[in-house]
Write a protein that binds this ligand. Structure first.
Ligand code: ZN
Length: 275
């Protein structure tokens, strides 16, 4: 064997070992995604870009937001809470690495939002990650007084202005999806006039397995859907590649809410100047 042949042999051997490793990894989840194991193709680094600013539409008035309007190829992937600092860090790194656009519904009492601020801020500044209001302590707002509801939203509003320099209005997500006319009225007075719920759910507010998360993503990553996930448990951080593969295979474009909707004229809370 010449020196050149020996090198070629070693390169081929290394490639075989690498492909074998990837193949076994892929096969483990092939049944979940419902596709036959195929050739191993390296994952392209970036997802499809969002639509341009010219295609933004007015917010539908007076309704809860659960899906995106119209027929399209958009996916609003939203993630909530931030119980675990490491999960917030890894989700943010995932966004940076893949270009996936996310809306974070921030429960600002969790330290993760302060501890990860330096990593999150550039993505917020570029618009790739949007920050929205998910209350201060994750209380069930329907069980609080009007004053307490206002305080829950105002505290996180102030935190997001002070820490990230953003106005999170008009989007708020009531914890557990629990809201009523009183809650919505108090929120609207603070500029939070869009109760933002969801139609698809990764079901990872509880600790579930990686396979279950991928299965839920397969069911809920559909055109014009608003999907909820959570920044609370680590399994999701181990299946990012598979979640992105679903999005890419379906040719969906991930979007923040600001990518989809025009900012309302009066999203600036009138109550701020009134105290
Ligand atoms: Zn929550």
């Amino acid at each position: 064997m010449t020196e050149l042949d020996r090198r070629r042999f070693l390169v081929a051997l290394a490639a075989t070992v690498a492909a074998g490793g990837l193949a076994s990894h892929s096969t483990a989840h092939a049944d979940v995604q419902g596709s036959a194991p195929g050739p191993i193709v390296p994952t392209p680094p970036k997802l499809l870009p969002p639509p341009g600013p010219g295609s933004r539409v007015a917010l539908p008035g007076g309704t809860v937001l659960k899906t995106l309007p119209g027929d399209g190829d958009l996916l609003a992937w939203t993630v909530d809470d931030g119980v675990d600092t490491e999960v917030v860090r890894l989700y943010t790194k995932f966004a940076k690495d893949t270009g996936v656009r996310l809306t974070y519904f921030v429960t600002a009492a969790y330290r993760s939002w302060t501890e990860n601020a330096a990593a999150i801020r550039p993505l917020v500044d570029s618009g790739q990650i949007q920050l929205a209001n998910h209350t201060w302590t994750h209380a069930d707002l329907t069980r609080l007084s009007s004053g307490q509801v206002a305080q829950e939203l105002k505290s996180t509003d102030a935190f997001l202005r002070n820490t990230y320099g953003v106005d999170a209005t008009p989007y708020f997500r009531p914890p557990y999806g629990h809201h009523n006319a009183t809650v919505d009225g108090v929120a609207a007075d603070l500029g939070y006039r869009v109760p933002t719920l969801w139609h698809g759910d990764l079901r990872d507010s509880a600790l579930i397995s990686e396979a279950e998360i991928v299965s839920m993503a397969s069911a809920s990553f559909t055109p014009q859907n608003v999907v909820i996930g959570h920044l609370n448990h680590t399994p999701v951080t181990r299946v990012y590649g598979q979640l992105v593969d679903i999005i890419r295979a379906r040719r969906l474009r991930t979007v923040t809410l600001n990518d989809v909707f025009l900012r309302p004229e009066s999203s600036h809370p009138a109550s701020r100047s009134a105290g």
